[in-house]
Write a protein of this length. Sequence first.
Length: 245
Amino acid sequence: MSRKSRREAAEELAAAEVEGTEIEAVDDETQSELDLIEEAEAEIVFDDKSAPDDRAEEGPLDEAEANPVRPYVDLGGVKIVPREGLHLRLEVEEGSKRVVAVGLDFAKSTLQVQPFAAPRSTGLWHEIREQIADQIRKQGGTTTEVDGPFGPEIRAEIPIAAGSEGAVAGQTTRLARFVGVDGPRWFLRGVIAGDATIDPEAAEKIEELFRSVVVVRGTEPMPPRDLIPLHMPKAGPTDPGTTAV
């Protein structure tokens, strides 16, 4: 029997299932073909979106899903719910002067968020997650993938250079959590550092903060992985406890 392609093997198996054919035993070559089918199915699953089952209700939300009367800090590609004790920072690319990330300091932790354009039917997090882990390992760090509150996430220990901003004397590594959620035509990445990497109470507060982010994808065509434009806060209602720089 000649070796079949994945597509042919998958189509034959699907046809057998539709016709009610029972397969009681297989030879080695047929088993190899079934293994190929499983690999193909795994690839399909790999392309699926990664998000909590209740994302559309509990967040991170798409602009169309958000409460239209709730006050937000409008930063373009994302909107942030103001709250007491929240300090908001915009991270600006030195050369272009464009805003490339939003930093949120809260509960003795930091949360950096970035929104990206994504395909309508497939997600980015599965692929990006592997790339992040590979990059950290090349830097001499270590990574562990765990099942977190948003789905798969990376928990990493990353080397830091002596004298780096925010580094404690004698500290050679820092802990970080990389989380991601695939939404409708967008992908939201978060990087968590500080107490939320080790303290469950702080982690819960930062996870709720990430959940509260609203992504504004817009209607303009954008290539997948392009950063959705961010900008300085627009004038609007904000909580006096929230500060922005």
